[in-house]
Ligand binder design. Structure first.
Ligand code: NG1
Ligand code: MG
Length: 504
């Protein structure tokens, strides 16, 4: 099969043969619900999974590699098409997500109001991005029914699963091929319409993930994904996801949290480039922002810092950059003012702000934490590289569980102390997790709430989950039922790959 295209199942029996019986039952239920709403059956169902990030947090938008895996929880959209140019979107949970409709507009395709937090916005992102890509002015009308089971606002990327799934649905509805790279690129760019200047990890993982493996994603100089298997240890490695139930709405907090972090790392990149004499500073402007990865690569090339062994090359380059972080920012560990940053760049504050796009994604901060943020970025990248190497080289060694877990713990420490994206509930869950058998435990996704991920030997999973329930959930959320807790704390494994069902 052509690996660049999204795999498609043509019948329910294909889905059975994929061994996802439960999924087939769900598809059938969705088709029946679709018939009730639209008085016809859908012609296809698009699917995109959520993801959990194992390691590599807040570094994708710096151009650095990350290590997530797709999970079984997903978003599916049933679709039929017509010639009306009207789009109707209903949700399987209509009480929570009321139906919406809009008409295609030749001027701007569809209006997205990023000041309101509306579930339909994510659909509009994927729709708009797809039609911008297709450059057509007579798109098909679509009747859609969405069923998303990735928990919202929890760091498992419900948003990107929805955007990527919509992109596939819209491309398919308009007869375009489902090219994975195209879907990733347009989903990454269009999810930013909701006001978050996000990186590309989630959409890439959702679309490119392979069966039973995590995926090492490189972004720069070009997008590259490498499936990586976890070592076959005895006991086996399992992952447990536990939701803190602190809902972090990235869109609302963006100016002081997510988008601010993007700006801090970009200003750090501009200053490092300037102090290292890298002339990309003047060329990187609007479309291609200067990232810490570009600075590292440019510097290494200028110094002929090359090594045959790619892992050694990563490590020596990253260590070099960490030494520059100390040298350039070490005397301002409590942050730089905007003015200090602009002075270092010989720019006015306004000129500097334009280079980091605060006109499109406004931020608020007294000081910019260049030291702490850039130290996190290079340190976290080192851990991603070591994590991958440990997976690939340690085979079945019993020490792998400890080594990988230790890297996850260090990542959590860095997210908490240097990147300031943890929160008390995450810290508490992680320490309970470590006390009860997790070799590693950390936040996953953007943080400030949401989920933790813990690496647990498989023979301890049941007792581990029981301990989290009694020590964390019974204390903070005593009214939760056993049934409700099943969706809040659960074990997971790398999911089946992205699969579309076409009824023709
Ligand atoms: P979540 O957890 O889905 O909000 C976000 C970004 C990622 C990445 C992580 C932090 C989007 C769509 N996703 O994920 O790109 O930066 O935070 O590692 O913005
Ligand atoms: Mg998200």
């Amino acid at each position: 099969m052509d690996d660049s295209l999204v795999p498609i199942a043509h019948s329910i029996s294909d889905i059975y043969s994929e061994n996802i019986l439960e999924q087939a039952v769900r598809y059938k239920k969705l088709c029946d619900q679709f018939k009730e709403i639209y008085n016809e059956y859908p012609t296809f169902i698009a699917r995109a999974p959520g993801r959990v990030n194992i390691i590599g947090e807040h570094i994708d938008y710096c151009g650095m590699p990350v290590f997530p895996m797709a999970i079984e929880l997903d978003t599916i959209i049933a679709v039929s098409t017509n010639d009306s140019q009207t789009v109707n979107i209903a949700n399987a949970i209509s009480s929570k997500y009321p139906p919406i409709s809009f008409n295609f507009s030749p001027e701007n395709i569809v209006e997205i109001d990023d000041t309101v937090h509306d579930w339909g916005n994510y659909f509009k992102c994927g729709y708009k991005g797809s039609l911008e890509h297709l450059k057509i002015d007579n798109p098909k009308g679509m009747n859609c029914l969405v069923d998303g089971v990735v928990p919202v606002g929890s760091g498992l990327s419900s948003s990107s699963a929805f955007v990527s799934c919509t992109a596939m649905a819209t491309l398919k509805a308009n007869g375009a091929p489902l090219d994975k790279k195209v879907i990733v690129d347009l989903s990454v760019a269009s999810e930013r319409y909701v006001g978050v200047n996000g990186g590309g990890m989630d959409q890439t993982c959702s679309v490119m993930a392979k069966k039973s493996s995590a995926v090492f994603i490189e972004f720069y100089p070009s997008l590259k994904t490498t499936p990586v298997q976890f070592p076959k240890t005895d006991p086996e490695i399992s992952f447990v996801i536990a939701n803190t139930l602190v809902v972090s709405n990235k869109q609302v907090t963006a100016p002081v949290c997510y988008n601010l972090r993007v700006v801090e790392t970009r200003i750090a990149a501009l200053i490092m480039a300037k102090l290292l004499g890298i002339d990309k500073v003047s060329t990187c402007q609007n479309a291609d922002p200067l990232t810490l990865k570009i600075v590292m690569d440019e510097y290494s090339q200028s110094q002929n810092l090359s090594d045959e062994d790619p892992v050694k090359q990563w490590i020596s380059r990253l260590e070099k950059m960490l030494s520059f972080v100390e040298k350039f920012f070490g005397d301002h560990q409590d942050g730089h003012t905007w003015e200090e940053c602009a002075n270092l760049l010989n720019l006015s504050i306004e000129e500097m702000k334009l280079k980091v796009h605060t006109d499109k994604f406004p931020v608020r901060a007294e000081k910019l934490m260049l030291y702490k943020r850039s130290k996190h970025v290079f340190g976290e990248t080192l851990r991603v590289v070591e994590f991958r190497q440990t997976c690939e080289s340690q085979g079945s060694s019993a020490g792998a569980l400890q080594q990988l877990g230790e890297l996850m713990n260090q990542s959590q420490e860095s997210c908490d102390k240097l990147f300031d994206c943890s929160c008390p509930e995450i810290n508490e869950l992680c320490s309970i997790a470590r006390k009860h058998g997790a070799t590693g435990s950390r936040l996953t996704g953007a943080g400030w709430g949401g989920c933790t991920i813990s690496m647990v030997p498989s023979d301890k999973v049941d007792s581990f989950i029981a301990s989290l329930k009694s020590e964390f959930y019974a204390k903070h959320h005593p009214s939760l039922t056993e049934d409700e807790l099943q969706d809040i704390v659960f074990s997971t494994k790398p999911a089946t790959e992205q699969l579309n069902f076409i009824n023709d």
